[in-house]
Design a protein around this ligand. Structure first.
Ligand code: SF4
Ligand code: MG
Length: 332
């Protein structure tokens, strides 16, 4: 497996005033392999969107590194950064807000190509727009219409076509289906999968709900209050979640088959997410964790690879042997 993107101890803090700092992303590390979909999941305010925006270079980082294709995203000069934009694109949650209402679909999709001087021949560029519309399940008749003439799902398709215009390798999709009707969500996920196969794309797929990332992700990282708390393959995360927060998120997903009796215990998380301005000492999850121990308030749990390719930050797994039989069993 080839690493396309490596995030090393990434921090993004916003200073709100002289004395208050919002630690939106507070030290996350992970790698994304070429051709995979890496999901990041967490409740709103956990820092997942900020992480995405910092990774793609829309925000400067406070600390840490983002290495894309062997280059540090945040130490590129202007020209290199401009070149890198071709390879890294972003899709947003609200397609309507991200499309200029006064531009036609043709203009919206052409713009990145114009900016980067691709397809300078107007006819060729128009052909390219038509091709992109077809790639995303729209057609050339749509080219001269305006965003408001489309449904939410169609607008997201337009956003995807625009992201594809520069032929990128890597796309960050920030909650691309959260604002869509449930019936449309699966269609957009299927489209993203089809495009991934056809074009060899790598995705970072951000969502607030585990059921949304499950369909598309090869691996999933779970974020809480600016930190990654667990990271492993999708199947492993569903079969053998380790972190108490992941268990709580999973227990909230209904079992789809009505013939299977749902024997799981619902884990209700008490209280709200603490403020990232004044996060808890030690483990950031401790104020809502049913298993919190004394040590959890004093010591920040280490990010450890407990089993191969299964990372977790939780004191319950301290001193656990690296083997298939993973330590303390917690009833779900
Ligand atoms: Fe809960 Fe402690 Fe693990 Fe944090 S480190 S998740 S408080 S048991
Ligand atoms: Mg967000």
């Amino acid at each position: 497996k080839q690493v396309l993107l490596e995030v090393k101890n990434l921090k993004k803090h916003f200073s709100l005033s002289r004395k208050t700092t919002l630690k939106a992303v507070d030290g996350v590390s992970f790698q994304i392999y070429q051709g995979e979909t890496f999901g990041i999941v967490g409740e709103s305010g956990c820092g997942k969107s900020t992480a995405g925006r910092t990774i793609i270079g829309l925000y400067d980082q406070t600390e840490g590194e983002v290495i894309f294709n062997g280059k540090d995203v945040h130490s590129l000069n202007k020209h290199e950064k401009f070149q890198m934009q071709k390879k890294m694109q972003m899709i947003f949650q609200d397609p309507y807000a991200s499309l200029n209402p006064r531009s036609t679909v043709r203009e919206i999709i052409s713009e990145p190509m114009e900016v980067h001087g691709l397809y300078p021949n107007k006819l060729e560029r128009l052909e390219r727009v038509y091709q992109l519309l077809e790639d995303v399940g729209l057609n050339r008749e749509h080219a001269n219409r305006y965003p408001h003439e489309f449904s939410g799902g169609q607008r997201q398709r337009i956003g995807i076509a625009r992201a594809l215009a520069l032929d990128p390798d890597f796309i960050i999709a920030d909650e691309p289906i959260s604002a869509l009707d449930v019936s449309v969500q699966a269609q957009v996920v299927n489209l993203l999968k089809k495009l991934q196969d056809e074009k060899g794309l790598t995705y970072l797929f951000i969502a607030h709900d585990l059921s949304m990332v499950k369909q598309i992700s090869n691996r999933i990282g779970v974020m809480y209050l600016g930190h990654l708390v667990e990271l492993t393959s999708s199947s492993q995360l569903y079969k053998n979640p380790l972190h108490p927060y992941t268990k709580a998120l999973l227990s909230a997903i209904p079992i789809p088959d009505p013939d299977i009796e749902d024997k799981r215990e619902r884990i209700i998380l008490e209280g709200d997410i603490p403020s990232p301005i004044d996060p808890p000492s030690g483990c950031v999850f401790r104020t809502r964790c049913a298993h919190a121990m004394d040590v959890c308030a004093r010591v920040k749990p280490e990010w450890q690879e407990i089993v191969k390719e299964h990372f977790v930050a939780c004191h319950l797994y301290n001193g656990v042997e690296t083997s298939e039989s993973v330590g303390p069993k917690i009833n779900m």
